[in-house]
Design a protein around this ligand. Structure first.
Ligand code: ZN
Ligand code: ZN
Length: 440
């Protein structure tokens, strides 16, 4: 019934390294995962380097690669996806940035980062502060728009002629480090535009400090022993580039079941239909069963359904290995919903977008485990799904950008190399009758 259809489940940052407190096992080895193991036994497994061996991927570049795009040439910058995740499609003359409300303290002429998330400020306080910042609507002729999203997060849009995304971040991504001056990337070919954009960003950052540092909400926060949200730090400049539609590229109608805005943004920009699920939060408490049910239902109208679970990465960033293993078990527990569809002929892919070792709390360049199961998949010997067992799997070690070709092949969509044009270029004969002006 579902022959040729694909469900891709990405558990964000699920891959890990051995953890001492788990008896020297990875969370995936430690977790109870009878269903993942059954699927591994029925399918083919291996390792995947989302970008390249040893390169720690960001989530958006990893997803682009897994969807068969080349992040070297087809990466518009994170800001574009973040804005798109909140339904804001940026235009050609705009540059978008992901932002955090953060806490800084003055040290001489420097602003030192005390907390990158402003003590996890509440959404309502951040919203009130954002209202103040929205009074900054223009800097040196460049239109400025700051939007608060969730908790300490937001995005910034600059609009005007001659703006560039080829600039560095203000956010040093490190506690105790000074806020950085944004400058053009060394590789920037549009140096003058990049210079102008970087200067606008620098002025914006300093203005946010001057507006926020003495704001009554922050004075009140300090009084109650909380960290003030006294600056906004932009990062991940993004500008629109031409991104080919997923359906045009791969000949499959795609849908996305994700709650995290970044993932929804990537999928939206590639032309995926976004499916909303009640109780899907993008956090460890998400409605996993609801998401899997929505994915199976979407097979009715879509060929390629991408399901994203974010909580595994959140727990890795907070170095909670037990919690991560427990969440993996909960994912496994809901898998029978998808396994029923596998029995009906769906091809199912299970993987992670990168490794996030709980010991580090950040992304690493270790490869991730990969599993493909479906009616046309050649089975290997592997009977367990984890980072170590799949080393012996039949897929061996592939790169993220190779996955889509493998999926085209096992769903019988791949044209024989050298003989036929790619599916997207097929034009049916009747369509060219008119052009040829032949008698019918
Ligand atoms: Zn990720
Ligand atoms: Zn992460």
């Amino acid at each position: 019934m579902y022959e040729g259809k694909i469900i891709l489940l990405v558990c964000d940052g699920m891959a890990d390294r051995q953890v001492k407190e788990l008896g020297d096992k990875t969370p995936l080895e430690y977790a109870e995962t009878p269903n993942m193991d059954e699927l591994a036994e029925k399918g083919v497994t291996g390792l995947m380097d989302p970008i390249a061996p040893g390169v720690p991927p960001s989530s958006d570049t990893a997803h682009l690669a897994i969807f068969g795009y080349d992040p070297e040439k087809e990466y518009p910058g994170r800001g574009l996806f973040e804005a798109a995740g909140y339904g804001y499609k940026i235009s050609d003359d705009e540059v978008a940035f992901r932002c955090n409300f953060s806490t800084v303290r003055k040290r001489g002429n420097e602003l030192i980062v005390v907390d990158r998330r402003a003590g996890r400020i509440s959404g309502s306080e951040a919203e009130a502060l954002a209202k103040e910042l929205q009074k900054i609507d223009e800097i040196d002729g460049v239109k400025v728009k700051f939007v608060h999203t969730l908790e300490h997060r937001g995005f910034l849009i600059l609009k005007g002629e001659g703006l560039s995304a080829n600039i560095t971040d203000s956010d040093p991504h490190e506690i105790g480090a000074p806020v950085l001056e944004s400058v053009p990337l060394e590789s920037a070919v549009d140096f003058e535009d990049a210079q102008k954009t970087a200067q606008t960003v620098n002025k914006f950052v300093l203005q946010t400090f001057s507006v926020l540092n003495t704001h009554p909400i922050n004075v009140e926060r300090i009084k109650h022993g909380k960290l003030p949200a006294n600056i906004v730090l932009p990062r991940g400049a993004g500008k629109r580039i031409k991104l080919e539609n997923f359906e045009e590229r791969w000949g499959m109608k795609p849908a996305c079941v994700a709650a995290g805005p970044l993932y929804r943004g990537v999928a939206f920009e590639l032309g995926f239909k976004l499916i909303n699920v009640e109780g899907a939060t993008g956090l460890p408490n998400t409605n996993i069963k609801g998401k899997f049910e929505a994915a199976v239902n979407a097979l009715e109208n879509y060929d390629f359904v991408f399901v994203h679970i974010k909580g595994t990465d959140n727990l890795s960033h907070s170095k909670d290995a037990k919690g991560k293993a427990e969440m993996i078990s909960r994912i496994d527990n809901a898998l029978p919903i998808i396994m029923d569809a596998v029995k009906e002929g769906v091809t199912f892919v299970l993987t992670a977008d990168h490794t996030t070792p709980c010991s580090m709390g950040i992304h690493s360049g270790d490869p991730v485990p990969l599993l493909i199961v479906g009616p046309n998949v050649r089975r290997d010997f592997v009977k367990n799904f984890d980072e170590i067992s799949v080393v012996r799997g039949g897929l061996h070690r592939i790169r993220g950008k190779e996955l889509m070709n493998i999926l085209l092949d096992v769903t019988h969509r791949a044209p024989e190399y050298g003989l036929r044009p790619s599916p997207k270029r097929v034009r049916y004969l009747p369509k060219i009758w008119n052009a040829l002006k032949l008698n019918e």
